[in-house]
Structure formats: structure tokens, C-alpha cells
Write a protein that binds this ligand. Structure first.
Ligand code: G3H
Ligand code: 13P
Ligand code: ZN
Length: 328
């Protein structure tokens, strides 16, 4: 059943767990997440980026998620707009039936220029007013996602800025977060703590100097009733990189966000954990392996099946690791 994000995150907060929000673009990804959730009894957040809506098309994104609700009536499900870049995009998502939207006002509508604080407050408040009138949950973002190793914003996946920034711009300021939430009345806040989107987050296993988990505690202390969201939370498993490389892929050395760090973050108010890259890696590894081992096959269902299965496994693992088992 379609539920509100606020409801799901409130339950997660009351019971001390976090919910992975998986990006979906097609049938197999939706099926993988739903099957994983059903097997472990987890609640589901399916999120679609602007890129996903463009890739699949509005009608397909809408009806793929409607199909998930119909096929899995007992699983609580949130349909979320990931990284809405303007009030118009968020309005479009609400009209499509999304139960939650992210207004990412950390960047201007071009998705590249670092926005002023006042711009962020103004656009986010606009979406918050509009969405709350119709019972839709709102996520905002404060601080600019990017790497504390390179001091650059992330541009990896085509949205974001590659501008050089200061440490302060790359970390969410707790005082400002309190002001932001008070003025925008958002339900959830995406924070910048050193994670970035995509596969290339860190050149080594991250420690406190490049992944500021401590900052989460300070932010949570200031805004205990606002659910915190961690973007760029793929763990980039070395095993998945190894499979891709073994079957001809070219992945440079890289490290993601360790699951233990996410588990620590969950203890301090992080309730929604965004994951896209890990699913991409899992599916790509499985397809490469299958096609390398079966060069004579050409039925798309045959290679999509192991891809879907690999995606399901990673989703299931994250549901269990974040404490979602039996919470759905
Ligand atoms: O926020 C980024 C997600 O990984 C979605 O990526 O914009 O390529 O669909 P995308
Ligand atoms: P990853 O690239 O780490 O999977 O992050 C996805 C994300 O934050 C989507 O909003
Ligand atoms: Zn994101």
C-alpha cells in the first residue's frame, strides 16, 4: 500500500532503524526491491530521479510503482521524487502520485550553481507549503554534497557541481540546519557529511577526516524531530568491483561508505539512506558474468534475471543491516 514518507520515517525513528531508499528506473529494479522487502518484511522507499522519469517516461515510472503496490499489497511503500531541482519538478511528481518529494535547493535550478542560503530557504518553503497541503512529505537539502578529499562537489552522475569548496560548504552547519528547518517546515533533511554520489567516493577506506559521521550527532541534537537523510550512501562492495573487473569491466580503485558507519549514523537520527550505485554495480557485474559465460545466449530475459537477482541480494542485505527486518 502507498503510505506517506513521514509515517514511515516516524516509525523508523520510534524504533531506531533506518530505511534504504533505492533508486529505480525500470521493471527489474522495482521487482528486485519489492522481492527483497517482501522476503525480509521491510518497508519500501522507491525513488525516481529526474533522470529516471526521463529514461522510463512519466507513465512508465508511475505505473511501474503502481504495479508494485498492486503486486505487493501488504508491503508499505513510499514513492519519492529524488533530487527535485525546482518547485515545478516537485509539482509534476505530486501530480503523478508521488507521496514524497525532495526539493534540492542546495543548487540552483540549473543543477550546477551553488545556491545562496536564501534561495534554498525560499524554494524549499514553496514546495513544503504546496506538498503539505496535499499530505505529501518533503525532503530538503542543506550543504553541498562533495568530497573532503578533493574539496570538490560531486558531478559524477551529471548533477551537482564540481566547484572547489571550503570544508564548511561541504558540511552541513548544525545552527543553520535548525534555522532552515524552522523556516521551511520540512520533514526530512539531507545533510552533507563527506559523502558524494557515484562509485568514486573515496580513494581509501574513509576515516573521520573524510567522512564526518560526528557531524550527524551535532545536527541531530539541534533538530531531533527532523529525519536525517544520507545521500551518496552506496558502500561500493569490493566483491562487486572484482566481478565487474573479472569479466572485462574497467573500474578504478575506489571505496564507498562502510556499512558500519551507516549503522552508527542510524543511531544518531539518520532514517533514510539513499542507494543507487550499489544496485548499478550488482546488476552490471551479473550481466557481464552471465554474458561472458554464455556467449551464445541472446534472450534478454536470461541476462536480466541474474541482474535482477543480484540487485535483490544487495537490497536484502541493506534492509537487514539497517534494521528493517520485520518492520514493514
Ligand atoms: O542522485 C543520484 C542518483 O544516483 C540518481 O542518478 O540522476 O543518474 O538517475 P541519475
Ligand atoms: P549512491 O551513488 O552512493 O548510490 O547515492 C545515491 C543517492 O544519493 C541518490 O540520491
Ligand atoms: Zn542523492
Amino acid at each position: 500500500a502507498l503510505v506517506s514518507m513521514r509515517e514511515l520515517l516516524d516509525h523508523a525513528a520510534a524504533n531506531g532503524y533506518g530505511i534504504p531508499a533505492f533508486n529505480v528506473n525500470n521493471l527489474e529494479q522495482v521487482q528486485a526491491v519489492m522481492e527483497a522487502a517482501k522476503e525480509v518484511g521491510a518497508p519500501v522507499i522507491l525513488q525516481a530521479s529526474a533522470g529516471a522519469r526521463k529514461y522510463a517516461g512519466e507513465a512508465f515510472i508511475k505505473h511501474l510503482i503502481q504495479a508494485a503496490i498492486e503486486a505487493y499489497p501488504s508491503v508499505p511503500l513510499v514513492m519519492h521524487q529524488d533530487h527535485g531541482q525546482s518547485p515545478d519538478i516537485c509539482k509534476g511528481a505530486i501530480d503523478l502520485g508521488f507521496s514524497s518529494v525532495m526539493m534540492d535547493g542546495s543548487l540552483e535550478a540549473d543543477g550546477k550553481t551553488i545556491a545562496s542560503y536564501e534561495y534554498n530557504v525560499e524554494t524549499t518553503k514553496k514546495v513544503s507549503d504546496m506538498a503539505h497541503r496535499v499530505g505529501v512529505t518533503v525532503e530538503g537539502e542543506l550543504g553541498c554534497l562533495g568530497s573532503l578529499e578533493t574539496m570538490k562537489g560531486d558531478k559524477e552522475d551529471g548533477h551537482g557541481t564540481d566547484a572547489t569548496m571550503t570544508r564548511e560548504q561541504l558540511l552541513t552547519d548544525p545552527e543553520q540546519a535548525a534555522d532552515f528547518v524552522k523556516r521551511t517546515q520540512i520533514d526530512a533533511l539531507a545533510i552533507a557529511i563527506g559523502t558524494s554520489h557515484g562509485a568514486y567516493k573515496f580513494t581509501r577506506k574513509p576515516t573521520g577526516d573524510i567522512l564526518a559521521i560526528d557531524r550527524i550527532k551535532e545536527i541531530h541534537r539541534r533538530i531531533p524531530n527532523t529525519h536525517l537523510v544520507m545521500h551518496g550512501s552506496s558502500s561500493v562492495p569490493q566483491e562487486l568491483l572484482a566481478i565487474i573487473r573479472q569479466y572485462g569491466g574497467n573500474m578504478k580503485e575506489t571505496y564507498g561508505v562502510p556499512v558500519e558507519e551507516i549503522q552508527e549514523a542510524i543511531k544518531h537520527g539518520v532514517r533514510k539512506i539513499n542507494i543507487d550505485t550499489d544496485i548499478r554495480l550488482a546488476m552490471t557485474g551479473a550481466v557481464r558474468k552471465f554474458l561472458a559465460e554464455h556467449p551464445e545466449k541472446f534472450d534478454a530475459r536470461e541476462w536480466l534475471k541474474p541482474a535482477r537477482e543480484a540487485a535483490k541480494q544487495i537490497c536484502k542485505q541493506r534492509y537487514i543491516e539497517f534494521g528493517c527486518e520485520g518492520q514493514g
